[in-house]
Design a protein around this ligand. Structure first.
Ligand code: TXA
Ligand code: MG
Length: 320
């Protein structure tokens, strides 16, 4: 299917148009504080099926449900007292909770891909919140990129990957966080994906160390590092210097001569916000120069560095 993808402004008429499209079962990409999401009505089987179809996403990989209020979340998932406390502390924000799905949740079974749990989050971005209010229901939304490719942090990135395949994208400017939400399951607390809310912050709130693991990017292949976030060029990690024929993505003041820098001042928040744009820009440079690959400077494994390194390891993983 090819249609012209509408580029909508983040104002009242743009949001009204977006909500009308969603009610008709069409797909709309929307800005969140983490990355752009490809939204469809979570209660509409055809809309949810169209999300998988337009991304080329394997059907066994379940989607995150986005809600505008705690009441909506509680109508979909079972909240324990601990889940309620975590939601109260970190929502709206870059945290997804995996909770038991309610029998009367009313969402498409394609969203959970047959699991008895549902991944749910309340985004903080004002445009996402305004759209959820205007639409008045839950939105299923994976990142708005073709499956396996680099996640989008601008409306332009969305159009590059999915233009002509989706009804519209709302332009809310660049995403402030820049990496996807942290995914947490409870009983016991386990971080399924490092993301925009640092593990240390969650551990402090829980008062206990987090178990790590599961593999949220491939729930049926625990522990396997699957290729994801992949640029066209090969990626080499931990690069303290650049090789001949490589494009170098630096981090910190020690990377003079880097082609791009995630953060000249070693600021991990800035680095996360720049990550996906930098990978795209490096990929373009590599193609222009016919370079051998992309080399990325080492990133410390704390705070948002964990999410950055997770995405980089997947970008560097062997391709299928
Ligand atoms: O920041 C984000 O989380 C973005 C924005 C758009 O909200 N969304 C996002 O969605 O990253 P997506 O589909 O690219 O990643 C969702 C992840 C997948 O790795 C999926 O396996 C996992 O969530 N997931 C969904 N439901 C799950 C469940 N019931 N149990 C375990 N993992 C689940
Ligand atoms: Mg994704």
């Amino acid at each position: 299917m090819t249609t012209e993808t509408e580029l909508l402004p983040p104002d009242a008429p743009g949001l009204t148009r977006a909500a009308d499209l969603l009610r008709a079962g069409a797909l709309v990409a929307l800005p969140t504080e983490t990355v752009y999401g490809l939204a469809g009505d979570a209660r509409n089987d055809r809309a949810v099926a169209a999300i998988f179809e337009s991304k080329g996403r394997p059907q066994f990989n379940p989607l995150i449900v986005h809600v505008g209020s705690l009441a909506e979340a509680e109508a979909i998932a079972e909240f324990s007292p601990q889940a309620r406390a975590i939601a109260a502390a970190f929502w709206p924000g870059p945290l997804t909770l995996v909770l038991p799905v309610r029998a009367d949740a009313g969402i498409s079974e394609l969203v959970t891909a047959g699991h008895n749990t549902v991944a749910i989050r309340m985004p903080e971005h004002p445009v996402a919140r305004a759209l959820l209010t205007e639409f008045g229901g839950p939105l299923a939304a994976p990142s708005a990129n073709p499956s396996g490719k680099i996640s989008p942090t601008t409306a332009g990135h969305v159009l590059d990957g999915l233009g002509g395949r989706i009804a519209a994208v709302i332009d809310g400017g660049p995403c402030a966080v820049g990496v996807e939400s942290t995914i947490l399951s409870l009983d016991p607390p386990r971080m399924l994906r490092p993301g925009g809310l640092p593990a240390e912050v969650l551990e402090e709130a829980l008062g206990a160390p987090l178990e790590l693991g599961g593999n949220a990017e491939a729930p049926n292949a625990p522990g396997q590092l699957s290729s994801h976030y992949a640029p066209g060029a090969a990626v080499r990690l931990g690069a303290r210097e650049v090789g001949a024929d490589e494009v170098w993505i630096g981090f910190g003041p020690g990377c003079a001569g880097a082609d791009l820098s995630l953060s000249p001042t070693e600021d991990l928040v800035e680095a996360a916000a720049n990550l996906f744009s930098a990978l795209r820009a490096a990929d373009q440079l590599a193609a222009e120069r016919r370079a051998r690959g992309i080399a990325v400077a080492p990133i410390p494994e704390h705070g948002l560095g964990r999410a950055i390194n997770d995405r980089l390891r997947r970008a560097a993983a062997p391709r299928p």
